[in-house]
Design a protein around this ligand. Sequence first.
Ligand code: THU
Length: 159
Amino acid sequence: MKTKEVTFTVEEMDRSEVSTEGIRLLDAAFAALPNAHAPYSQFRVAAAVLTSSGSVLVGTNQENASYPVGICAERVVLSAASAVAHGETILSMAVVYRPLAGPAQKPLSPCGMCRQALHEQRTRQNHPIVLWMTAEQGSVWRISDASELLPFAFSAKEL
Ligand code: THU
């Protein structure tokens, strides 16, 4: 028997240590947070991406009375970027949130479905997507390639 070890690095930092690009994206995501449509969970999430042309696009979670129809902020902004900035490379994404209980401390990392969507985008563009994550308080996490969140990913290669 052989074993494989999968590791990746998460950088944890104070807001004062975040790059200008990271701050730009995190600020854009926080500004979009009120646009979440989350009447059912009261769990607001916003994501912002920086594209290769220098544009920043934002997305927020969009829930639905038919619960499974709801879509996460990360996939909203990935879909928007593919539609309105088609062909551009997504260089980085920031994800922020506010739960029902109010401002949180711990960064939010994307759900499994969004990890799959990030992996597909990363493969399409053949360029890593830097991922910034934070809550309204506490530290900021940075991963240099969001695909690392989904080891052994299913991809078009398997079809
Ligand atoms: N949600 C996101 O938008 N992104 C995540 O990474 C996790 C969950 C949304 C989906 C739903 O609207 C609410 O948060 C509660 O699950």
